[in-house]
Design a protein around this ligand. Sequence first.
Ligand SMILES: [Zn+2]
Length: 229
Amino acid sequence: MLKPLVEDFIQLFYPLICPVCGTQLVHGEKFLCTGCLLHMPLSNYHEYEDNPVAKAFWGRVKVENATAYYLFEKGSKYQKLIHQLKYKGRKNIGLELGKMFGDNLQETVFQQVDLIIPVPLHYKKLKKRGFNQSELISHGMSEAMKKEVDTKTLVRKVANPTQTRKTRVERWENVEGIFELKDPDRFKGRHILLVDDVLTTGATLEACTDAVLEAPGTKVSIAVLAYVL
Ligand SMILES: [Zn+2]
């Protein structure tokens, strides 16, 4: 019974607030308040194959199944979850949402994957940020889905150029060929689940998929935490 007491004690000095609505969390609430958790705008895209995430890759690259955990509109309060995770270093958001996402995908086609692979950051960016948000989401998903996470095989050779003020076409060209497999045999004949935080143009995930499919007999499915409506 000591742990909850310690947590309450710490919260006296460092009150945790819900990243969505800003209210102070109470005992038993992990990272979201009960109301925001209850109203999480889930996509349930895993229930149909022709969902918007899957469609984003049609005619571009072969993807078995694709889904997103939740949806948000630009500027909506649920967008703050991603912001708090990526730029404020609230790593537990990635882990907890990853677990919820993994739970959500149990008993679906996504359970057929062999390995979970987060979209890698360039090592310089990883050093600067200190963590890879997609990796945190992957570890949460791994816990729920009982699938291994691999962060060593797929690597980013080139740092992502700054993407603001570029057109969609330029962005797409920018990331082409920036990922590679260190050890293609590791992925041979396996079904890979690529994980990212947000789907915007899909260019990064497309480039990752291209790299993974270089390994013989590989299949790729895609899971993004959030899809921007
Ligand atoms: Zn809230």
